[in-house]
Design a protein around this ligand. Structure first.
Ligand code: HAM
Length: 419
């Protein structure tokens, strides 16, 4: 242990568990690549204004959770709390909106929110995200939702549920908002919540407190106020999901914690995670581009939480397929053997065989322990007498069988054994 430890609300990824994180990232991103999404990477920090304008002045993310700093040069920067605003900013800056649309992009990285840490809620966490920019097409919303649902299934998760809602658009939302405000103003609510009614009344529906939820029975719901366009759009998304065999639950109270959503909104929740149950979420954000000074660019996307998905796998006792380690582990006995076997390992690696080596001049017993722990199928054991005879012992670590193979034909011999 050193004097320092990982900051509060963060943790390190250490082998062997770290392999699960890589497996989850791969399970989320491989289907996106196959569906035509191109990789995008943006800086870990942006101008603070991008998030306050994009994510929303009244959201918890902007008011309480951003890591902000003023640089020596006087720039106001924030560690990115989410990816959508950054990706849209990058796409606009690169002029992607003037090319073929939709521009389909995926990303994977670290995000930062100054939240109260608890199981499944961290100050540094990891997302894989996808954004489809510049098209208004229910099939695009459905594509993204299906890709995410299938990715959770492919990982072996069975307890992920999909919640679906529509938040309307600039045509029908204002009237609904006013109706909801009228309803909420008549309730018995604290000062903070009263303020929220005026800034973003929809967020009150999302209040987790029992005392608030009880009063919300009978609140007007967006789904009863959708305009014809939004209603038809939402119906198409639902039909496409049903046709694809993706189960969903209509959740008229789903509003999400970011202000940019319009029309389709959804969340994937896992029932084995306690209060931090959302393993991913997203939706359409047709007005975000204009909010950050860009042209009209209707878009849709999602981000899936890697940390929570790993927790979900553990909760369901599912082990994701992780990449294999070394296939062969080399154990030299003596200085000359060490040199010869190191050369053999280098050659094996160059020929594409995953190989590892007993470093640190361990004795036979400890070296064989390392070989067994490595998960390799075979050990190559080389002593002075073998070396004199120009052979190396190839030992099957499962059966314990061992046979000498000529040193200069070690690659071919190992290959033949590995099949
Ligand atoms: P979000 O719902 O804020 O959406 O985050 C997406 C996922 O990231 C969550 O469902 C959760 O799994 C994970 N996550 C969020 N905060 C934490 C945390 N403190 N600790 C651990 N995991 C966390 C967005 O970020 C939007 N940008 C999604 C989106 C993309 N919408 C449209 N495009």
């Amino acid at each position: 242990m050193s004097t320092f430890s990982a900051p509060k609300g963060t943790y390190d990824l250490i082998p062997p568990e770290s392999a699960q994180f890589l497996a989850v990232r791969e399970a989320f991103s491989a289907p996106l690549r196959r569906a035509g999404y191109g990789y995008v990477e943006t800086p870990g920090f942006e101008q603070t204004g991008l998030f306050s304008r994009g994510v929303g002045e009244s959201t918890d993310i902007v008011t309480k959770e951003m890591y902000t700093l003023t640089t020596r040069g006087g720039d106001e920067l924030a560690l990115r709390p989410e990816g959508t605003a950054s990706v849209l900013r990058a796409a606009l800056q690169a002029g992607l909106h003037r090319g073929a649309l939709p521009a389909k992009l995926w990303y994977s990285g670290s995000y930062y929110r100054y939240e109260r840490p608890q199981a499944g809620r961290y100050r540094h966490f990891s997302q894989v995200g996808a954004e489809a920019l510049g098209a208004e097409d229910p099939a695009l919303d459905a594509e993204l939702i299906i890709l995410a649902a299938d990715a959770f299934r492919a990982l072996g998760l069975r307890q992920v549920r999909l919640l679906l809602n529509s938040l309307g658009d600039k045509e029908c939302r204002p009237a609904y908002r006013a109706a909801l405000q009228d309803f909420l103003r008549a309730l018995d609510l604290d000062e903070d919540t009263r303020r929220r009614i005026e800034i973003n009344p929809l967020r009150v529906l999302d209040d987790k407190r029992e005392s608030v939820q009880q009063q919300l029975t009978g609140a007007p719901m967006m789904r009863d106020h959708l305009c014809e366009g939004c209603k038809a759009y939402h119906e198409q998304v639902r039909e496409l999901l049903t046709a694809a065999g993706v189960a969903f639950e209509d959740d008229p109270r789903l509003v999400r914690g970011l202000d940019y959503y319009t029309r389709t909104t959804f969340e994937f929740v896992h029932d084995g995670l306690g209060s931090q149950s959302a393993v991913g979420g997203g939706g359409r954000y047709d007005g975000l581009s204009e909010m950050i000074g860009g042209p009209e660019l209707p878009s849709v996307g999602w981000a899936l939480g890697v940390d929570r998905t790993v927790l979900a796998l553990r909760a369901e006792d599912v082990a994701p397929q992780t990449p294999a380690g070394a296939q062969v582990f080399a154990v030299p006995l003596g200085e000359d053997a060490r040199r010869a076997l190191f050369a053999a390992v280098t050659e094996l690696r160059r020929e594409g065989v995953a190989a590892d080596f007993a470093y640190g001049g361990k004795g036979m017993k400890n070296a064989m322990k390392s070989a067994n722990r490595s998960g390799a199928r075979f050990a190559l054991v080389l002593g002075d007498r073998d070396l004199a005879e120009g052979v190396v012992q190839l030992k099957d670590l499962e059966s314990g069988e061992q046979s000498p193979v000529p040193l200069e034909r070690v690659v071919a011999a190992v290959r033949a054994k590995l099949g």
